[in-house]
Design a protein around this ligand. Structure first.
Ligand SMILES: Nc1ncnc2c1ncn2[C@@H]1O[C@H](COP(=O)(O)OP(=O)(O)O)[C@@H](O)[C@H]1O
Ligand SMILES: [Mg+2]
Length: 505
């Protein structure tokens, strides 16, 4: 590999904050990456990793704080300025122009020309060099639209390498690669680092991190859980604890599902008006079924079919072993005891909620508190107070109507409310998106308690660590079909690999 640049950039992020509407994505974040270091940037979904990468590469500008390169303050206004400063990036979302060829994409920033026209032969030759480096045997003239997901990811990486950057940022670059392709990439990255290129690497696969990286920064809810620590001497458990704020096995005690007897909810070969095909799954009383999938996989839509909001066009739904026809939402909720905490709690979620627990006021607080053992009849007011604190619900009093609380507070109550409603089957859609770590742990406790009390709980989540901690079984959806269902041993590496295999396999 011919490298023009022999020394990388020393990178410092000092107290960077960034807010989007409704969320503090980064809060006073620090990061120090030495020149030639391979530095892991870790955190759960939504922790702020991609936002930090985008600030370092000129896509976003920080609200406050500084970025220093070799001690000089930088404020990139555009990605082009970052490229000019010697920074290459593979973003988490794909950025190629799919109707352009591989060569056109790779040379897009600086296209070779001959007599003032795009020089395809030169572009193809330049591109081939980078494809070869990654052992990617694809004709550079192929349109990107014809490539597989893994090939597209490798082309993104080749494009970043082709800039011969002094600082390379890779946001989950291996998410769709095979172990073999990943191995090739790592060999290239190690060579670059040996040449002095500074690398920041984001991955959910901790074994990759330990294999490749020397230092780690962990973000949690937009803050540093650790700042630029050497990985030597740290264990996987240490890293996981930093990521999730508690031990990985905190939820190891499974819910007490018995799979004898008919499932509380069973779908047999179900199709829906939205395009689901041949969905077969079972949720047993006392167990948590995790439903994983990428955005657009059809998970929420399936939930809406189960709750009677979308027609089921083929197959069979059984409740406690009995075939049932779900007529509409009221039928699902009242007669069949199915609850659904929707992702969009301000929209249909609360309307559904009101069906079941009309006048959600002191009574629900009371029943809910009693269920959780926080509130006795006698000591309601004194013991309810810490309960409010732990849910972090800001309410003027216990008698406050839930409808008058803020959206975020309603969100927490909407899960809890179903405890009082006594649903037999409860579907919870992205229960902890956008909420702080303390409320998140609290909601996890609620979901487990609900299952222990005998409900069949289906948790839809894109947060893999969350699902792996909570679920007794995991079902994976892709393209409105179920692609895998397996018993979850609550071991992150094994589960994430199996899920990735099902999705990208
Ligand atoms: N462009 C955006 N507009 C609004 N919110 C955003 C935007 N980008 C990210 N967020 C929010 O910022 C938080 C951090 O997101 P992100 O940096 O993508 O996390 P990660 O990459 O660690 O999963 C999340 O709550 C996310 O929803
Ligand atoms: Mg991200």
């Amino acid at each position: 590999m011919s490298r023009q640049v022999k020394s990388g950039l020393q990178v410092e992020v000092r107290g960077v904050s960034k807010a989007f509407v409704g969320v503090q994505a980064l809060d006073n974040v620090n990061l120090t990456v030495g020149a030639g270091q391979i530095h892991a940037l870790l955190g759960e979904n939504g922790a702020g990793k991609s936002t930090l990468i985008k600030i370092l590469t000129g896509v976003h500008q920080p609200d406050s704080g500084k970025v220093l390169l070799d001690g000089r303050e930088m404020a990139f206004r555009t990605p082009r300025e970052a490229i000019a400063a010697g920074i290459g990036v593979v973003h988490q979302e794909r950025n190629l122009i799919t109707r352009f060829s591989v060569a056109e994409n790779i040379t897009l920033e600086d296209p070779p020309t001959r007599f003032g026209l795009f020089d395809e032969a030169a572009a193809v030759a330049a591109t081939r060099k980078w494809l070869d480096l990654l052992h990617l045997d694809t004709d550079p003239r192929t349109p990107v639209s014809r490539l597989s997901v893994a090939q597209v990811q490798l082309v993104e990486i080749a494009k970043a390498l082709s800039l011969e950057s002094r600082f390379l940022l890779l946001d989950e670059p291996t998410s769709s690669l095979t172990p073999h392709e990943t191995g090739t990439l790592f060999a290239v990255l190690r060579r670059l680092a040996a040449d002095g290129v500074t690398i920041v690497f984001v991955s959910h696969k901790l074994e990759e991190v330990f294999e490749l990286c020397t230092h780690v920064t962990v973000l949690r809810d937009g803050r540093n859980a650790c700042d630029s620590r050497p990985l030597a001497g740290m264990t996987r458990a240490d890293v996981v604890r930093l990521m999730i704020g508690r031990d990985e096995r905190a939820f190891a005690a499974p819910a007490i599902g018995t799979r004898s007897g008919p499932p509380a909810l069973e779908l047999r070969g179900v199709a829906t008006g939205l395009g689901h095909k041949d969905i077969t799954l079972q949720a047993h009383a006392g167990e948590i079924l995790g439903l994983y999938g990428l955005v657009g996989a059809g998970r929420s839509e399936l939930a809406r079919a189960i709750i009677g909001a979308v027609p089921i066009t083929a197959g069979e739904v059984r409740i406690d072993g009995k075939p049932e026809r779900i007529r509409d939402v009221a039928d699902a909720v009242r007669r069949l005891g199915i609850g659904y905490v929707s992702e969009d709690r301000k929209g249909d979620g609360l309307i559904l909620a009101h069906d079941v627990a009309a006048n959600i006021a002191a009574t629900v607080w009371h029943r809910l508190g009693k269920f959780l053992g926080f509130v006795s009849d006698r000591m309601q007011n004194t013991t309810a107070a810490p309960f409010l604190t732990s849910l972090d619900i800001r309410t003027p009093s216990l008698a406050q109507r839930v409808g008058n609380l803020s959206g975020g507070n309603q969100q927490k109550v909407s899960v809890a409310k179903w405890l009082a409603a006594g649903s037999k089957v409860l579907i919870v859609d992205e229960p902890t998106v956008g909420i702080d770590i303390r409320s998140k742990a609290y909601l996890h406790d609620l979901i487990l308690k609900l299952a222990r009390d005998g409900a069949a709980v289906i948790v839809i989540s894109s947060d893999m660590p969350e699902l792996v901690m909570l679920a007794d079984r995991i079902a994976v959806m892709k393209g409105f079909r179920l692609v895998d269902t397996f018993d979850n041993a609550r071991e992150y590496t094994a589960a994430s690999q199996r899920i990735m295999q099902a999705i990208h396999g």
